[in-house]
Design a protein around this ligand. Structure first.
Ligand code: NAD
Ligand code: TYD
Length: 339
């Protein structure tokens, strides 16, 4: 198999590249990334030593570059991870989210159709379902939950999903879609909750908790997510949507306190800041369909996964310290400076 992984220098894309190279050593992988602020080629250092892996710097909205790549390589499978992925940034500047997440998806799907790629997989998010109330723990997102978005980020991801389903129905694109909950693990950019809190803890900086910290997310270890995507993309379930979740709901404040405790830092570092606009209250996924159809279930207990993740950030300080300098520092100042 020859697989195109877009967004390969980002958090989940890179973890997926390593998962595939380890699990299917005969497959060839082309990792594509525009190397935006969130993409880091250093993350792929080890993969680049593997002759089965090749990196291409390209933007998924660049139709000519994508067409040339598809013409040159006969892909058997395209998996689209490339996206603008941070909700807070989408509130500051929605435009780039619409361009990359919607138009970029269209460009990839057009190329997949033109070059008759046998399979296209769209990596989506549970955020397309909006949020659930805190007082109804019985309610979970299923694949039949209506699309109901809150942020420009989730609206752009939902739009890409709808377009993907339209390409399937209208043009016969052999597509699948997966929608997962919040991932955590190695190589996550330190603007997202868990790595941001670890990095700030280690620097004895305040930990900015939005609102009262009572919002709930369903945390999934990134490698478990990669296994699920691999199963869906290699399955014969064309046209299906699969929810992927960790069965692991936690409030933000509990996560923050757990990180403080693990690193031996005082709770006085917690700083409650102005809430995110339109902040989704609770995400919780019912992954029954993928369990029944494909036998997938989350394997990593949060207690183990978070220790592994904290250890990774402790032993890979160079990786994240380099990216928390420069442009990122200016962003941090803008977002949190007088919040
Ligand atoms: P990320 O921001 O870490 O990585 C995204 C990657 O895409 C970066 O390497 C970036 O350089 C690249 N990229 C951005 N714009 C591009 C463009 N125009 N052309 C080519 N490459 C471009 O994001 P992530 O957390 O790895 O998320 C990967 C996918 O999973 C996204 O589609 C996201 O919506 C989805 N997702 C993520 C989570 C999560 O918890 N992280 C949860 C649900 C869904
Ligand atoms: P985030 O990692 O941005 O993921 P998402 O918004 O896509 O779920 O945020 C996870 C939760 O943590 C979300 O409820 C917002 C909250 N949060 C904070 O309280 N402080 C922060 O500095 C960040 C980045 C997030």
């Amino acid at each position: 198999m020859k697989i195109l992984v877009t967004g390969a220098a980002g958090f989940i894309g890179a973890n997926f590249v390593y998962y595939e190279l380890g699990r299917f050593p005969d497959d060839e992988i082309v990792g594509l990334d525009a190397l935006t602020y969130a993409g880091n080629l250093e993350t792929l250092d080890e993969a680049l030593k593997n002759p089965k892996f090749k990196f291409v710097k390209a933007d998924i909205t660049d139709a000519a570059a994508i067409d040339a790549l598809f013409a040159a390589e006969a892909f058997d499978l395209v998996i689209n991870f490339a996206a603008e992925s941070h909700v807070d940034r989408s509130i500051e500047d929605p435009g780039i989210f619409l361009r990359t997440n919607i138009l970029g998806t269209q460009v990839l799907m057009d190329a997949a159709l033109k070059y008759k790629v046998p399979r296209y997989h769209q990596v989506s998010t549970d955020e397309v379902y909006g949020d659930l109330p805190l007082n109804r723990p019985d309610l979970l997102f299923t694949e039949r939950t209506p699309i109901h978005t809150s942020s420009p980020y989730s609206a752009s991801k939902a739009s890409a999903d709808l377009l993907c389903q339209a390409y399937l129905r209208t043009f016969g694109l052999p597509a699948t879609i997966s929608r997962c909950s919040n991932n955590y693990g190695p190589y996550q950019f330190p603007e997202k909750l868990i790595p941001l809190m670890i990095a700030n803890c280690l620097a004895d900086k305040p930990l900015p908790v939005y609102g009262e910290g009572l919002n709930v997310r369903d945390w999934l270890y990134v490698v478990d997510h990669c296994k699920a995507i691999d199963l869906v993309a290699r399955s014969d379930r064309i046209g299906e949507v699969y929810n992927i979740g960790g069965h692991n709901e936690m409030t933000n404040i509990d996560i923050v306190k757990l990180i403080l405790k693990a690193l031996g830092k005082p709770e006085s570092l917690i700083t409650y800041v102005t809430d995110r606009k339109g902040h989704d209250m609770r995400y919780a996924i019912d992954p029954q369909k993928i369990t029944t159809d494909l036998g997938w279930a989350p394997e990593t207990m949060f207690a183990d996964g978070i220790v592994r993740t904290i250890d990774w950030y402790l032993t890979n300080r160079d990786w994240w310290e380099r990216i928390t300098s420069g442009e990122y520092l200016a962003y941090y100042e803008k977002m949190y400076g007088d919040r």
